[in-house]
Design a binder for this molecule. Structure first.
Ligand code: ADP
Ligand code: MG
Length: 317
């Protein structure tokens, strides 16, 4: 049987050139770049809640880091270091190799170094903390939206929720359609380059993890404003487009979680600049509505207010 320390050494110890001290001591030592603020965030993944027992370990390792990178993207921060606290039911080395493979493939892509963590026995539970840097005062916060700002989203909305709805048989997709949505649920791509490009451009930003309405709602609440969005303006994949007449699919688009796209606001003067950012980073950005000085969020379809039942994911609702 490998010991806890064998497992840490084999699966979680890599070079950490940008840390003064990485895995192996009582704490890691990190030197922030002068003039930068640290952006720190944690996300926990629980089996059955955030991933299914049948999801492969590579997918789980990837997603554990991806959701944290998405928080860095939403803050406009450059991700730099991570810690990983993991509870494992046993020392399943095939699982651990797969998990580490998924985790480090993404870490390497974004230049993130794993500098520490904790490994213990228990029901599978994964908690990643990420530490990033952002020039002082430049972070993209939720509380900066102003009346008159435009509201934007990246990529397409609803495919991750659509994949989940299909797995749970709440909608019925053709196999090829399901195959095109599933990666959006399993291996979302954090929009880090977009977050960096929006520094000094966006007035507020959030990543869409709980659904557009819920997450835009957080910006509105923190900023003390309201909003009007246009259903027709929401960016959809071809698959979502095909089924958009179904109410379940409309709910996926408006209130489905797990897309990990960014929703942000910016003054209308920045419109052309935002379109050129989209070109430069190769990620579509869609203007979906406007911030209002009255409170509340209304979704208009053909000029009429839609009645929305689902609002977004809440673990305790
Ligand atoms: P301590 O008992 O001082 O908390 P541990 O024995 O838990 O230290 O961990 C030993 C070292 O291995 C520490 O540097 C810790 O940060 C690191 N570590 C433990 N688990 C992990 C993990 N899953 N990923 C990365 N580093 C880990
Ligand atoms: Mg110690």
């Amino acid at each position: 049987m490998p010991s806890e320390f064998d497992l840490i050494r084999r699966y979680f110890t890599r070079e950490t050139p940008s840390a003064e001290l990485g895995v192996g001591d009582d704490a890691a030592l990190l030197a922030p770049t002068p003039g930068m603020q640290l952006a720190v965030s944690t996300d926990m993944l629980v089996e059955g809640q955030h991933f299914a027992p049948q999801d492969g370990p590579g997918t789980v390792g990837y997603k554990a880091l991806a959701v944290n990178l998405s928080d860095m993207a939403a803050m406009g921060a450059t991700p730099r270091w991570a810690t990983l606290a993991i509870a494992l039911p046993g020392a399943d080395e095939v699982w651990l190799r797969g998990f580490a493979g998924g985790f480090f493939s993404l870490a390497q892509k974004f230049g993130v170094e794993l500098v520490g963590g904790d490994t213990t026995r228990g029901p599978l539970n994964i908690c990643v903390q990420i530490i990033g840097e952002v020039p002082s005062g430049m972070a993209l916060r939720r509380d900066g939206a102003h009346a008159g700002d435009e509201i934007w989203v990246s990529g397409v909305l609803g495919d991750a929720a659509l994949a989940l709805a299909n797995l749970q048989r709440r909608v019925e997709l053709m196999p090829l359609e399901a195959a095109s949505c599933l990666p959006r649920l399993r291996v979302p791509m954090p929009r880090v380059a977009l977050g960096l490009a929006l520094r000094g451009v966006a007035s507020a930003a959030i990543d869409i993890s709980d659904g557009l309405l819920a997450d835009l709602g957080h910006i509105l609440e923190r900023s003390g404003v309201g909003a009007e969005i246009h259903f027709e303006a929401l960016p959809l994949s071809e698959v979502a487009q095909c089924y958009i007449e179904q109410e379940a699919v409309q709910n996926c688009v408006l209130a489905g979680g797990d897309d990990y796209e960014l929703c942000f606001t910016a003054p209308p003067e920045r419109h052309a600049e935002i379109l050129s950012i989209a070109q430069r980073i190769g990620l579509p950005l869609a203007c979906i509505g406007n911030i209002k000085d009255t409170t509340g969020l209304s979704v208009l379809q053909a000029g009429q207010a839609m009645t929305i039942k689902a609002t977004g994911f809440d673990h305790f609702a």
